[in-house]
Ligand binder design. Structure first.
Ligand SMILES: Cc1cn([C@H]2C[C@H](O)[C@@H](COP(=O)(O)OP(=O)(O)O[C@H]3O[C@H](C)C(=O)[C@H](O)[C@H]3O)O2)c(=O)[nH]c1=O
Length: 183
């Protein structure tokens, strides 16, 4: 199943699960199935992160052109609140965000196009996030916007655990986006 969100282009993809007495089987990604829905993405790198503590917050990240990345994010274990923020200059939804709960249980995935920030906060201990990217890691193009500068209603109890890089990120109000809205 593929559903729209309040941000055009950001989609929720929920692959079918074929259950039997052993458990289930699911095609977690199928290029043709996505292309049949008009979602043509050629992923080149898979990422996998483990966050041990509830309230671990990674984000809000992007890679700038020429190594911008679209991502297809899913939860391999645990539960998280996954967020995308539109940072395309001139976009009618610039600065707007959408958040979706992804979990091993619900099997939902979030498709985030280029030109959007990505971040998440974990809702269970030992949460694993697995995601596909349309370009390779390019440290020189790696960027971050401050997690609490976009008006996101993070489901947090207390302070999040952040990396030093994320603690030092620029607020959205001071951010000069490298992305332009292309309609
Ligand atoms: C992103 C990345 C990182 N690394 C190395 C660099 C560091 O030595 C270590 C941790 O990197 P970082 O602290 O940037 O990891 P996260 O905070 O999880 O960053 C990611 O989290 C948000 C939610 C994202 O969407 C991005 O994919 C990415 O920015 O992994 C790599 O070797 N390859 C990579 O593609």
């Amino acid at each position: 199943m593929i559903e729209e969100t309040s941000l055009p282009g950001v989609m929720i993809v929920t692959p079918a699960r074929h259950g039997d007495a052993r458990g289930f089987f699911s095609e977690s990604w199928n290029r043709q199935r996505m292309a049949d829905a008009g979602l043509v993405y050629d992923f080149v790198q898979d990422n996998h992160s483990l966050s041990m503590r509830v309230g671990t917050l990674r984000g809000l990240h992007f890679q700038s052109p020429p190594h911008a990345q679209a991502k297809l994010v899913r939860c391999g274990r645990g539960r998280l609140f996954d967020v995308a923020v539109d940072i395309r200059k001139g976009s009618p939804t610039y600065g707007k965000w959408v958040g979706v709960e992804l979990s091993f249980e619900n099997g939902r995935q979030l498709l985030i196009p280029e030109g959007f920030l990505h971040g998440f906060v974990t809702l269970e201990p030992e949460t694993e996030v697995v995601y596909k990217c349309t370009d390779y890691y390019a440290p020189d193009c790696d960027g971050a916007v401050l997690w609490d500068s976009c008006g996101i209603e993070w489901p947090l109890e207390g302070e999040p655990l952040l990396s030093d890089k994320d603690l030092r990120a620029v607020p959205l109000s001071d951010f000069d986006s490298p992305f332009d809205f292309k309609g």
